[in-house]
Design a binder for this molecule. Structure first.
Ligand SMILES: [Zn+2]
Length: 301
């Protein structure tokens, strides 16, 4: 009888110990879940905050001014502290991208039709703008970024067709578009920078045709989507203010393009801050990286 009682006591003690262990495990598991939830919440909050920071400006001038005030603390030297983004490397992806560095060392003011069979004539290549702080001509800046973009796209597995790789060329806007058409480009990326009399205006935008364009309205939706992908990724990478996509049917280089196309106006060279930023080597890496991200997004890569 005594031995039986002992056995029962041992069994009870064992059961109690097992119960205690289960209880400790349950408490710990609950703690773990809680901390996971907390960390998820923190991530979500910071994502919301970063979305707020990079919210694109609207057309309202008061909002544009407030953006300028907020970003005045950022000068070109800040890019140095970021370090250049790591290039993305992939195998061949089968897509062909044509890159046109806007303008050339000397404008060509001979006239050409601004679309196939158009009776409206425009200068073959305009002179472009120049940097108020750097004194750099637009054609030089556009080539610097185009060459960086070329390398980034090659690393990512694209075939790249360069419309020009030197400033000393004479290629009209219609010829540039036809070169992209003839190359069978899946996307035609035209690199430009903006200029305006008002030095306070800043930000990047992209341009494509409207759906009513008589020459290439058939590739409007692709061009519009390409323009959106490029401007959004570019602004996300650089922190430049996003002025959105505008549609224009009077530009020769757009009208002659049979393939999905976009112009990226990377920023205002007539704004001293943006002019300096766009010539900063680290910022330039982000500019090319951002445009490449937009091209990836367009192709769903
Ligand atoms: Zn330009």
């Amino acid at each position: 009888m005594e031995a039986k009682k002992k056995i029962i006591a041992v069994i009870i003690m064992c059961a109690a110990a097992v119960g205690l262990i289960i209880l400790i495990f349950a408490i710990n598991a609950n703690k773990g879940e809680k901390s996971e939830k907390e960390s998820k919440l923190t991530t979500a909050t910071s994502a919301v905050e970063s979305t707020k920071e990079s919210e694109p400006e609207t057309e309202s001038s008061s909002q544009e001014e407030s953006f300028v005030e907020e970003s005045e603390t950022e000068d070109a030297s800040n890019w140095d502290s970021y370090g250049a983004p790591a290039s993305i490397t992939r195998g061949s992806n089968g897509y062909v991208v044509a890159i046109d560095a806007g303008h050339q060392a000397y404008g060509n003011f001979d006239q050409e039709p601004n679309g196939p069979n158009s009776d409206v004539y425009k200068a073959k290549v305009a002179g472009g703008t120049s940097g108020v702080a750097t004194g750099k001509p637009e054609y030089q800046l556009t080539l610097e970024i185009a060459l960086l973009l070329k390398q980034e796209l090659i690393n990512r597995g694209y075939s790249v067709v360069m419309i020009r790789e030197s400033n000393d060329v004479d290629i009209s806007n219609a010829e540039r578009a036809r070169m992209a058409n003839d190359a069978g480009a899946n996307a035609f990326i035209r690199i430009h920078a903006n200029g305006l009399n008002d030095s306070s205006v800043r930000g990047a935008l992209s341009i494509c045709q409207s759906p009513a364009n008589p020459y290439n309205g058939n590739v409007y939706s692709q061009s519009r989507y390409l323009s959106e992908c490029v401007i959004n990724s570019y602004c996300a990478a650089t922190g430049f203010s996003n002025r959105g996509v505008s549609e224009n049917d009077s530009m020769t280089g757009i009208n002659w393009s049979n393939v999905p196309n976009t112009i990226i106006e990377m920023g205002f060279m007539t704004n001293a801050d943006e002019d300096l930023e766009m010539s900063d080597p680290t910022c330039q890496q982000y500019m090319a990286y951002g445009i490449a991200n937009g091209i990836d997004a367009y192709f769903g890569l």
